[in-house]
Design a binder for this molecule. Structure first.
Ligand code: GAR
Length: 210
């Protein structure tokens, strides 16, 4: 099973969805650590309650971004994850950090990328008058919410929607989509090649023989 480190800054409901999927005996991945930049993140409490190892690296405890990332990388060297899943981690990694785990970092964003990257996604979608919204799991590259798309799920946007009701509706499909995307990556059925996500139906063990 692939070793996964999940990064959270908030409530951690996506982390929990991944942990629940990993609890199935045939799931190809396991969560070996949950890492946060916020000591008070709900995701840290939820991980502890599940008996998952947790790490907190608060940005203000470090002189700069480079030192913060260096500390995270030291922890990762010990955790030895195969895959990093960003699940509501509200911080951008540097290109140098990303290159260490190239093609092995996934992020979930609550919009149908490339529409509405960044913050206040739901309000911006409503302001634009979209009738369909959704979420995207993508490989992480240097740009914010950029990187090749692995999977998307859509939800309708009723006329009386608010940012809160839309966020809640999108979140329910995030919880289904993220485990699916992680499964694809863990089984080697999707890989990042340049600026593309390349899919194959071959299970990882057969692929390795080619
Ligand atoms: C999720 O909706 C996730 O897609 C979003 O933050 C929420 C975290 O919820 N991520 C971003 O906006 C990243 N750009 P959770 O902590 O309950 O999983």
């Amino acid at each position: 099973r692939k070793r996964v480190a999940v990064f959270v800054s908030g409530g951690g409901s996506n982390m929990l969805a991944l942990a629940n999927a990993c609890a199935a005996p045939d799931f190809p991945a396991e969560i070996v650590a949950v890492i946060s930049d916020k000591p008070s993140a709900g995701g840290i409490a939820k991980a502890k309650a599940r008996g998952i190892r947790t790490f907190v690296f608060e940005r203000k405890q470090f002189a700069g971004k480079a030192e913060h990332e260096a500390a995270i990388l030291v922890a990762l060297d010990e955790i030895k994850p195969d895959i990093l899943c960003l699940a509501g981690y509200m911080r951008l990694f540097s290109g140098e950090f990303i290159s260490r785990y190239e093609g092995r970092i996934l992020n979930i964003h609550p919009a149908l990328l490339p529409l509405f990257p960044g913050l206040h996604t739901h309000q911006r979608a409503l302001d634009a008058g979209v009738k369909i919204a959704g979420c995207t799991v993508h490989f992480v590259t240097e740009g914010m919410d950029e990187g090749p798309i692995v999977a998307q799920a859509a939800v309708p946007v009723p006329a009386d929607d608010t940012a809160e009701t839309l966020a809640a509706r999108v979140l329910t499909v995030e919880h289904k989509l993220y485990p699916l995307a992680l499964k694809l990556l863990a089984e080697g059925r999707v890989r990042m090649e340049g600026d593309k996500a390349v899919f194959s139906n071959l299970p990882a063990k057969d692929e390795a023989k080619l």
